[in-house]
Design a protein around this ligand. Sequence first.
Ligand SMILES: NC(=O)c1ccc[n+]([C@@H]2O[C@H](COP(=O)([O-])OP(=O)(O)OC[C@H]3O[C@@H](n4cnc5c(N)ncnc54)[C@H](OP(=O)(O)O)[C@@H]3O)[C@@H](O)[C@H]2O)c1
Length: 278
Amino acid sequence: MTSPAIPTLRVNGAAIPAIGFGTSQLGDCGEIVATALKLGYRLIDTAWKYGTEKGVGEGIKASGVPRKDIFLITKVSHEHLRAADFARSVDESLERLRTDYVDLLFVHWPAIDGTPLAETMGALAKAKREGRARHIGVANFNIAMTGDAMRLCPEPLAVLQAECHPYLDQSKVLAFCRKAELVFMAYCPLGRGRLFKDTVLAGIARARGKTLAQVALRWLVQQGGIAPIPRSSNPQHMAESLHVFDFELTVDEMKKIFELARPDGRIANPAGRAPKWD
Ligand SMILES: NC(=O)c1ccc[n+]([C@@H]2O[C@H](COP(=O)([O-])OP(=O)(O)OC[C@H]3O[C@@H](n4cnc5c(N)ncnc54)[C@H](OP(=O)(O)O)[C@@H]3O)[C@@H](O)[C@H]2O)c1
């Protein structure tokens, strides 16, 4: 398969690839990340918490793809949201990633220890002003928290990263992102593998001559303003997930996939850390 042209989503001067590569649970992932970049991925998502930053740094170097052509993302964990801890966490991430800036820096989860949001937003904005993060955003914030973060942050936020796939109704969050002019970055876009036995998705895939993963990812990108970040350690899967911009689902197919949402569809919901979801 040749590398497809990947569209970009534009927000606050950022050009964000409309699909990216997730690295949670990939461990020592240098080779996998290098393969992803060679296949054509240009957005790589990691986090201080994943333990994959070192591998991502190695993979970028091994790939030969110029750093400036890569949209690199990391996140500051909920334990590090006080200003001094935040800055230290960013330093550590940049060192592991072997770079002096990330393209997008997220707060990974909201604080659970009473750290004032204003303090964290100040630290996030500082990372941007110092050039250590080109763009900033929040992950796993509910709508009210994201609104507060936008008001309290001295620099504009560009992205909300949250779970999104056919089994989870995120229509309220997506509507909020559109109104607030935030890109919605969709994590667990394949339901962490749970979608693969779905007969509706399988039927659409069969009828269209696509794979189930391509149909699920196409459903996300076709809505507009959503950038999914699937994770894979299988080069065949990695390649096929990039090829979702060369076909269109019909209105009826889109509707059938929307109807798959179910009340127990959420996957990432850590007790004691997750906010009250919308
Ligand atoms: N901000 C947050 O709190 C947060 C939370 C969760 C995830 N994330 C980010 O989002 C990324 C993606 O989410 P995720 O890793 O949880 O799950 P996911 O991408 O929804 O699913 C990954 C699973 O799908 C399989 N897969 C991937 N592409 C496939 C394809 N084309 N065909 C068949 N199977 C395929 C993978 O298996 P193979 O390896 O066999 O392909 C793997 O088992 C993470 O890696 C991380 O970067 C962020």
